[in-house]
Design a protein around this ligand. Structure first.
Ligand code: HSE
Length: 428
């Protein structure tokens, strides 16, 4: 009789119950693929009495996740509680110290403490796996650490927050302003308890920082991610971008540049015909570029019971099979502390501003761009009913520094009303 792999699951929310259901439904399949039975021995959650729609009576119950993590009959601690600090981190560290492998969906904990936890795990000769932490059901960590392991990774991009993608695409399809669609997403239960995690780009930024570490062999550096959320995206920008052939996405981009590691999570324009441009609703997409393989596009559900539990199970099965990969793909001590490079790679930009309708106004704006060394690719002026007219400009490639210089120059022209909007156009 082969020895079963025994799981202790902490957190019985959507994902935890999804894992329970997979193990209960697919026992034979999991045993065949793993070479040994995969069983749950104990579970833990905040409330024992809640009806969760799954039969948990066969499992031992622990109120305290630390007690669960250190039980003698648990081989793998499955952490599905969430939260960067507190019980999730305490129990993860206790599991490591007790010699248990860890599978987690906790992007915040790893984005903030990944290096320390990886070092602790390696010192204790256990593994931490986190496929479910990035882009839900999309097997992107596995794609980078295994499928593309022979490539130098050039760039990693992705739409990794389904809620933001839902809001942006719904704004476009309905013509409703941000505030209305935000409320709609709230009613539908799409938003995190702290909505800033979604719409402020923080949740997606956590995910990007984890992918960057795996892709480039660097220490997780969430604090070096340039973060901008979608709160300031207006329906006008969505419409004007569409007129110019673009969609607006909350896009994460990580790439190694001559100046260091660039990590950005911010609204970007992408061509509406590109796979990213055609990604509608709450779906995620990750684009990986390797020197040998070229571009790989992975698309799928970034959240939800089944997809996220599917990702948890892929890590569990790897552990059952005896596959032991360092947390971020290479041993933690070898991860490089990459210097952060702020938007180092030049790109075209979309600019929207309102100009006072008087002779020479456009010339003054063009001159400010010219003085900053920025060339105009396309321009469009819309009709107007009062004394200012909306003007859109798409620039040729430029740096963010040059653009900021030009925008400071706009203020001095006296012909631009209010703050211009500038959004990077990502070449995908
Ligand atoms: N709130 C996230 C999303 C899922 O909307 O994609 C959890 O990371």
């Amino acid at each position: 009789m082969t020895t079963p792999l025994r799981l202790g699951i902490a957190g019985l929310g959507t994902v935890g119950i999804g894992v329970v259901k997979i193990i209960q439904a697919h026992g034979d399949l999991l045993a065949a693929r793993s070479g040994r039975p995969v069983v749950i021995t104990a579970v833990s959650a905040r409330s024992r009495d809640k009806d969760r729609g799954a039969d948990l009576s066969a499992y031992a119950w622990e109120d305290d996740p630390v007690a669960l993590a250190t039980r003698d009959d648990v081989d793998v601690f499955v952490e599905l509680m969430g939260g960067a600090e507190g019980p999730a981190k305490d129990a993860t560290q206790a599991a490591i110290a007790a010699g248990k492998d860890v599978v987690t969906a906790n992007k915040a904990m790893l984005a903030l403490h990944g290096q320390d936890l990886a070092e602790q795990a390696e010192a204790a000769d256990v593994v931490i796996r986190f496929e479910a932490a990035v882009a839900g059901g999309i097997p992107v960590v596995k794609a980078l650490t295994e499928g593309l392991a022979g490539n130098a990774i050039r760039r990693v991009m992705g739409v990794m927050n389904g809620t933001c993608n839902y809001i942006l695409t719904r704004m476009e399809s309905s013509g409703l302003p941000y505030a209305d669609v935000f409320e709609e997403a709230n009613q539908l239960g799409y938003l995190e308890a702290d909505p800033t995690l979604d719409v402020g780009g923080i949740d997606a930024g956590h995910k990007l920082s984890l992918l960057a570490s795996v892709a480039f062999g660097t220490r997780v550096a969430f604090d070096a991610v340039e973060l901008e959320g979608i709160e300031r995206i207006s329906i006008q920008d969505i419409r004007h971008a569409a007129d110019m052939g673009f969609k607006i996405k909350l896009l994460g981009v990580a790439q190694m540049t001559g100046r260091g590691l660039e990590q950005r999570m911010s609204p970007c324009l992408v061509p509406d015909t590109s796979p990213l441009g055609q990604l509608d609703g709450g779906t995620n997409m990750v684009v990986l570029e390797g020197d040998s393989v070229g571009q790989i596009v992975l698309r799928g559900a970034g959240a939800g019971e089944g997809p996220t539990a599917s990702a948890v199970m892929s890590d569990v099965i790897d552990i059952a099979r005896g596959i032991r990969v360092p947390t971020f793909g290479v041993p933690a001590a070898q991860l490089e502390p990459a210097p952060p490079a702020k938007a180092a790679v030049p790109a075209p930009y979309y600019l929207r501003m309102r100009l006072f309708d008087k002779p020479g106004a456009l010339a003054k704006v063009a001159a400010a761009l010219g003085e900053a060394g920025i060339s105009i690719d396309r321009m469009r002026q819309y009709g107007h009913s009062n004394e200012t007219a909306p003007v859109l400009i798409v620039t040729h490639k430029t740096t963010r520094d040059a653009l900021d210089h030009a925008m400071a120059g706009f203020a001095a022209t006296g012909v631009v009303e209010g703050e211009p909007v500038a959004i990077r156009i990502e070449e995908v």
